[in-house]
Design a binder for this molecule. Sequence first.
Ligand code: NAP
Length: 294
Amino acid sequence: MDESKSIKLNNGLTMPKVGLGVWKSSNEETSNMVATAMENGYRLFDTAKQYGNEAAVGAGLTSGMQKTGLNRSDLFLTTKIFNGDQGNYDKLREAVNGQLKRLQTDYVDLLLLHWPVFDKYTESWRALEDIYHDGQAKAIGVCNFNVEHLTNLLDHARIKPMVNQIEFNPRIHQPDTVAFCQGNAIQLEAWSPLGNGQLLSEPVIKKIADDHDKSVAQVELRWELQQGFVVIPKSTHAERMRENMDVFNFTLTPDEMEAIAELDQEKHSIWYDKFKWSGNPDGVDDYIAKTNAF
Ligand SMILES: NC(=O)c1ccc[n+]([C@@H]2O[C@H](COP(=O)([O-])OP(=O)(O)OC[C@H]3O[C@@H](n4cnc5c(N)ncnc54)[C@H](OP(=O)(O)O)[C@@H]3O)[C@@H](O)[C@H]2O)c1
């Protein structure tokens, strides 16, 4: 099969289709994970200020480049704006300077607003547009934006987001958001593509995996890729990293795609609804305080 392992964003930037997520990884783990993933063919790395491991990602990138001989321009680095830094132009830009320093780089390939913090994300977007203009980010985008947020953002934006990173796996499909992004050339990226590890013993997927001589994780990633998503599975294990990258040599049939789609429960992670991101002005401080916690 001659399938490209990358896609082009709406500004022409090339983005790998499979990357490594590092949420919930300790600093020590993270630098090893990043370097190991790089040695195993990974070029896309997804972190966030909220994860508390940007410095470890920076160290891992440096050591990975030394081990592999790759250059910074061979890599695709994503980080995200901390909710508490949103809404104030100068504060956000200062925060990004600090993030770049921790990541040991002059630019990120993709800078995302981590959540649509009510009443703050349009001002935050203005800062991201200038960061993009100044070359500190080669692409800019959002996470966890629904149709209402995206419509509002597009009403205010000079630059259309290149990416929307959303929770997406066989249990949660967010069809309205997906259709909106696909209709507006906003690349979709799936977070928790393996359901944060909770979706790996599903019998329907196991049967399909056995039929293809693949693992459940590989079938889930394949199911997401075939719908046009970029995927960023997290793993601390080299063997699993290799497995998660080895998803370009088989194709799920329309019937298999449908059988997996039927597992939808339209259920977000248990912690998701605790964050009042949808618009209660009185809940903003509470929301920021809570989201700072993870
Ligand atoms: N924008 C947002 O709001 C947001 C929110 C959540 C996550 N994210 C991003 O999305 C990334 C991925 O999501 P996630 O970390 O929630 O979870 P995930 O990638 O869905 O699942 C990771 C879990 O699956 C296990 N795993 C990975 N590959 C496996 C394999 N081949 N076989 C068996 N088990 C496997 C991992 O264990 P081991 O590590 O032990 O291998 C880990 O427990 C995050 O790391 C983060 O970068 C973004």
